[in-house]
Design a protein around this ligand. Structure first.
Ligand SMILES: NC(=O)c1ccc[n+]([C@@H]2O[C@H](COP(=O)([O-])OP(=O)(O)OC[C@H]3O[C@@H](n4cnc5c(N)ncnc54)[C@H](O)[C@@H]3O)[C@@H](O)[C@H]2O)c1
Length: 358
């Protein structure tokens, strides 16, 4: 069991059975109601392991969120608040979020707004949530196609990362998680970027050491700037374009990680044009990422719709589109004002894009 110093809460990596969860449930929450939030898949694949191993959870109420990013909406949160009210859940009770980033983002939001805030514990079950979404206290829901437009910063009481949950994760969801691992390397640690790509090239064999390096990067950046006033913004690399791609293609089901992977290639392209990223580094990023993730075939209408969404991005300030750019691999800076016309030019560049892998 590895314990990592987080923002005043417990962050433990390893088997849940060796973690402090049992103690937390039987001491701090001995007399509290326990609510477990899952989605359809984590209900099927992950819930048993939790309930059968923790006596204190045998009587827990289970609430199932519908799977899929298009359901990360306020109306679903409202249904959960109504269920919590029916179950007479109070402010001293505890909500356990067992799932991927959808469940930890929505569950944290639901808990932190319910009766002005009740405690929650995150137990991420997807790779993406383990290395990124469950860490750092960003919670929220989408507003139609605008990603995470409604939300609050709220830290969990504890975060338990147990890699054994990954055994049932589908391959495409692994790939989605690897995108955020690539991001952690690209913005902070060139060696990590190379190691993640080597791991992916070697049939994605799971590597706990890489997982922990990624968790530490996310945790350290958040520790420095919990409310995203400055350096935490670098974690948004790839997300300015990634979020509009994810939002625009939400119904066709492009995963968060896939959209961010494409966003990183495009923001690396902007970094080469505007911020001195070398041609060689750009080419390495492009060929590494595009050998695993494909760019959708944009039509002119798709591009127009995405440009309109960009103007409403959360990171914008004073009507300027703000974006993170790389200086080199492992060094990222934030708050670059990038003209809308350059985003348009970039999306046009990647229209019907064929990568030359030679
Ligand atoms: N809060 C943050 O800082 C932050 C950071 C990155 C991403 N996010 C958010 O996270 C979400 C993406 O996270 P995600 O990729 O985990 O999405 P997700 O929660 O939708 O999970 C992806 C799929 O994997 C399934 N799944 C999860 N664990 C499983 C398991 N162990 N076995 C089988 N199936 C399993 C889910 O049911 C779902 O179908 C997006 O909403 C994104 O905005 C938040």
């Amino acid at each position: 069991m590895k314990s990592i110093d987080a923002q005043g809460y417990k962050l433990e990596v390893g088997s849940l059975l060796d973690s402090s969860l049992e103690k937390l449930l039987t001491e701090k929450y001995a007399t509290s109601k326990k609510i477990i939030l899952v989605d359809d898949n984590t209900y099927e694949f992950c819930l048993d392991a939790l309930i059968t191993n923790f006596e204190a959870l045998k009587e827990a109420e289970v609430i199932i969120l519908p799977v899929g990013e298009e359901n990360k909406q306020l109306s679903i949160a409202q249904n959960v608040w109504e269920a919590l009210t029916d179950y007479r859940v109070g402010r001293h009770d505890v909500i356990i979020n067992l799932g991927g980033g959808l469940v930890t983002d929505m569950g944290g939001f639901i808990a932190s707004c319910y009766k002005r805030g009740c405690d929650f514990i995150n137990i991420p079950t997807s790779l993406l949530a383990m290395v990124d979404a469950a860490i750092g206290g960003k919670t929220g829901v989408n507003l139609e196609h605008y990603k995470n437009q409604i939300g609050v910063f709220a830290q969990p009481i504890a975060l338990y990362i147990d890699p054994s949950f990954l055994e049932t994760l589908p391959d495409e969801e692994y790939l989605s998680g690897y995108a955020e691992m690539i991001k952690h390397g690209i913005i902070k640690d060139e060696q990590l970027f190379q190691d993640v790509i080597s791991c992916m090239n070697g049939n994605f064999e799971f590597n706990e050491e890489l997982l922990i390096r990624c968790i530490e990067i996310k945790n350290n950046v958040v520790h420095e700037d919990p409310l995203e006033e400055n350096v935490r913004k670098i974690l948004n690399f790839g997300h300015t374009i990634g979020h509009v791609i994810e939002g625009h293609y939400m119904e066709s089901g492009i995963s968060h990680g896939h959209a961010v992977a494409i966003g990183m290639v495009m923001e690396a392209y902007l970094s080469m044009k505007l911020n001195g990223l070398s041609d060689v580094s750009y080419a390495f990023i492009e060929s590494s990422i595009l050998s695993f993730y494909t760019i959708p075939n944009f039509t002119d209408d798709d591009i127009q719709a995405m440009i309109e969404m960009l103007s409403n991005d959360k990171k914008n300030d004073a009507n300027e589109i703000r974006c993170c750019l790389l200086e080199k691999i492992g060094e990222c800076t934030y708050d670059h004002a990038v003209a809308e016309s350059l985003f348009l030019e970039t999306l046009m560049h990647f229209k019907n894009y064929q990568i030359n892998m030679n």
